[in-house]
Ligand binder design. Structure first.
Ligand SMILES: *[C@@H]1O[C@H](CO)[C@@H](O)[C@H](O)[C@H]1NC(C)=O
Length: 415
């Protein structure tokens, strides 16, 4: 301070102007963010139709109702999830036995999580795997209700399986409870997170998989977990290279298929995911994307030619990925009906598996959902100057450059 007050009083320093500019821009950034709440991910089921406000008054009252609903959901998810804590699962006798079984397996197991609502799709999936050498011996199952568990055990006694019963918890929520379906959806994903955390703590490496995934080629023979020995986690992503609108969703995790190397770091990853899910209204996949921003977690995204989400069907089909997860976006159609429409049925009525249907799967994938492809031509995605400026700012100031925080808000319109 030798110069006293003589320095800044007479002339403006250039650096002062720069600093002021930075502060002003930083202050404005949150307002710019608000306009991007509308970015949505296609991978998720839309549970409710979006309501549009008419006036500012409408908008404000909707916002307050929305915030109240959101707080209620977060609170309820937190409350119901306490009825089956991480410790409850980790120390459950049957689950400990199941974990021991997995530990003894030669290769990391493929874990499918299911319940009565998707048992038909799961049985269909097993028929897909039956004709893929090496796949079925690695398949294990976690059920969220007893009845589906019994049916699977009866039909496939060799598949290691365990039940983590969520029915008693679901029963505590009345049918008419607001956003009940969404809360249960979150509860199921939270339970899956705790199961992953428990297995990681026991040092068990595994693949989490979904029954609505199609195996077009032998995913098993790719030995991906050996191909990336230094990575702790491998994830699938959403999007499609053919559509420019996905370029801003670069690296967004889909979360239907992922590999976890069981160690203390991945255990911590899932414990963080657990607490995050109880404090925010975000899908687990967007939280995983966010957490993966930390490089010590060693997350790796698998290319889409290996695993694609449903976004694959929006593009042309010259190349088929090794695996595709199929989401349904229509409410008036069951998943089974959707699979029927697309010729993805591998199981006869009498319970035997249809080898021909699996062999013809590549063709079925090429022809499936032509209506999605038709949209490709009409879809001229162009970014406004405003939007590009917004991203330029984000890039310069290194604020959520990859939209990982925007992704956290992707479910806000569902409730
Ligand atoms: C099951 O149904 C399929 C197709 O209808 C038929 O080809 C097959 O022989 C049947 N298998 C048994 C064991 O009945």
């Amino acid at each position: 301070m030798e110069n006293g007050g003589g320095y800044g009083s007479t002339r403006f320093s250039f650096s002062v102007i720069v600093v002021l500019f930075v502060f002003v821009v930083a202050a404005l950034l949150p307002f710019i963010f608000v306009s991007f709440f509308s970015m949505k991910k296609i991978c998720f089921r839309k549970l409710e139709i979006n309501r549009k406000p008419q006036t500012i008054g409408d908008f404000l009252s909707m916002l307050s109702v929305h915030l109240f609903r959101q707080r209620n959901i977060i609170q309820t998810v937190n409350e119901v999830s306490q009825k089956l804590s991480f410790e409850d699962i980790h120390n459950d006798y049957d689950f400990v036995q199941f974990s021991e079984q997995l530990k003894a397996m030669e290769k990391p197991p493929y874990i499918v999580f299911y319940d009565s609502s998707n048992l038909d799709i799961f049985l269909n999936h097993i028929c897909n795997l039956e004709f893929i050498p090496g796949a079925l011996p690695r398949l294990v199952a976690v059920s969220f209700d007893t009845s589906s568990h019994m049916i699977l055990q009866e039909k496939y006694p060799k598949i290691p399986s365990v039940v983590i019963d969520l029915d008693p918890i679901k029963d505590t929520l009345p049918e008419a409870y607001e956003n009940r379906r969404y809360i249960i959806y979150q509860l199921v994903l939270l339970t899956r997170t705790r199961i992953c955390a428990s297995l990681a703590l026991r040092g068990i490496s595994f693949w989490a998989m979904q029954q609505d995934s199609l195996w077009i080629e032998n995913f098993d023979s790719m030995q991906l977990e050996d191909r990336y020995p230094d990575e702790y986690m491998l994830f699938d992503t959403v999007g499609n290279e053919q559509l420019p609108e996905y370029s801003r969703m670069h690296g967004w995790i889909c979360g239907s298929t992922f590999f976890i190397r069981g160690n203390p770091t991945t255990h911590q990853f899932f414990m963080q995911l657990d607490s995050f899910m109880r404090m925010h209204q975000s899908p687990d996949s967007s939280i995983m994307t966010y957490l993966c921003g930390h490089r010590n977690y060693r997350c790796h995204r698998l290319p889409r030619w290996i695993i694609s989400s449903s976004d694959y069907f929006r593009g042309t089909r010259e190349n088929t990925p090794v695996m595709i997860q199929v989401d349904s976006d229509q409410k008036d159609e069951t998943k089974m009906e959707l699979f029927q429409r697309a010729n993805f049925i591998f199981r006869h009525e009498n319970g035997t598996c249809d080898r021909r249907a699996v062999h013809k799967l590549r063709d079925a994938v090429r022809l499936a959902f032509p209506e999605k492809l038709k949209l490709l031509g009409q879809n001229t995605y162009a970014e406004s100057i405003y939007k590009r400026l917004h991203y330029l700012y984000k890039h310069i100031f290194n604020v959520d450059r990859y939209n990982n925080k925007v992704f956290l808000t992707v479910h806000y319109t569902l409730i």
